[in-house]
Design a protein around this ligand. Structure first.
Ligand code: FES
Ligand code: FES
Length: 161
């Protein structure tokens, strides 16, 4: 089947079987390898992307269900204010250890801030709990999300002034 996917603001053609998971279309067909494979069963969060702004596990989403939705991957995350804020906070706080889980962590964190610009510890823990980090960077992730939220609030204030 031929699909025209909307990925990171571009239309990208993909000729793949209808049941191919979006993850493999992104990685193998579109060469967007920043999205990672961990479990293949929606249990680890390594493959998290945004579909119409919501965090989704690409490993269990058949490409046939994507339709005309807007897909965003880690390669396009810097195009959004929340994406830039989490990227900067991740760098400032040196969140990353081995890095394998981190594109999924960043995508999940940006989606959290889009939905809740001022998350508390419980909000962060609840939303981020499905993103596993074998290196145990959870404390730095939580701190970075809070820093990104503060930075976004400052940007909003400046925009409103
Ligand atoms: S690879 Fe998709 S959730 Fe683990
Ligand atoms: S940074 Fe190594 S698995 Fe998360």
């Amino acid at each position: 089947m031929r699909y025209s996917l909307h990925v990171n603001g571009k239309v990208m053609p993909a000729d793949v079987d209808a049941d191919t998971p979006l993850l493999w279309v992104l990685r193998d067909t579109l060469a967007l390898t920043g999205t990672k494979f961990g479990c293949g069963a929606a249990l680890c969060g390594a493959c998290t992307v945004h579909v119409d702004g919501l965090a989704k596990r690409a490993c269990v989403m058949p490409v046939s269900l994507v339709g005309g939705s807007q897909v965003r991957t880690i390669e396009g995350l810097g195009a959004t204010a929340a994406g830039r804020a989490v990227q900067q906070a991740w760098l400032d706080l040196q969140v990353v250890q081995c890095g394998y889980c981190q594109s999924g962590q960043l995508m999940q964190a940006a989606a959290l801030l889009e939905a809740n610009p001022d998350p508390g510890d419980d909000d962060i823990d609840k939303i981020m709990s499905g993103n596993i980090c074998r290196c145990g960077t959870y404390h730095r992730i939580r701190a970075a999300i809070k820093q990104a939220a503060r930075a976004l609030a400052q940007t909003d204030k400046r925009g409103a002034a």
